[in-house]
Design a protein around this ligand. Sequence first.
Ligand code: FES
Ligand code: FES
Length: 241
Amino acid sequence: MQSVAPRGRPCDKLSRHRRQRSRHRRQRRPCDKLSRHRTLVRVRTLSLRVNGDDVEVAAPDHWTLLEVLRYRLGLTGSKQGCDKGDCGACTVLVDGKPWLACITLAANAEKRAITTIEGLMPAHLRAGGTGPDPVQAAFDKCGALQCGFCQPGMMLSARALLDKNPCPTRPEIRDALAGNLCRCTGYTQIFEAVELAIAESLGVAPAPRSWEAQRMKPEEAQARAREAAARLRAEREKRGA
Ligand code: FES
Ligand code: FES
């Protein structure tokens, strides 16, 4: 017999079925369990601006931005990791700031500029650049990924940081990416990739990456790292002045 929660008490089956529904969605399987508990779902038409395009999309009222992006618009670059605001895999830019799409109601993102990882390179091209966004190119050059699940969120958080502060220090990079968890790489290559993107965009020679430094004599690697740090420091002072 179907269990019904007493009036005024939350029904724990509902959250279980929601989790099941999420799993089934990931597996692209239809799920009818939720419908037992759901009486009426209101669907609304949302007006969103995604990656420079105005789109109208119909979705249930309670859907998150991540659900709309992935399951209505097919933009699967934003990843569904923890689905509760812990891992940062779902990060998208909303008006240039990193937002966690899994805990943002889609309706709250209406009439704002949303950028997903799919829109990063087109935005760079529209701004007059060539090829991928420098952050994407630097992640590629540094091999800053393994399974790649965290990368879209990581790159978008890095892009938001560099738009705000073109010459951040390592602690500032660390702070900006603190909400993006990576289960694979150990972060060194990720921080080096952001530093490479900074050096290239400022036109200064970057410090040797960790694997390059291992192939050099220790004194040479240290000297090059010191030179790069001095160049970046000078650049920061120039910009701060
Ligand atoms: S999926 Fe959004 S924070 Fe983990
Ligand atoms: S590369 Fe696998 S989670 Fe970051």
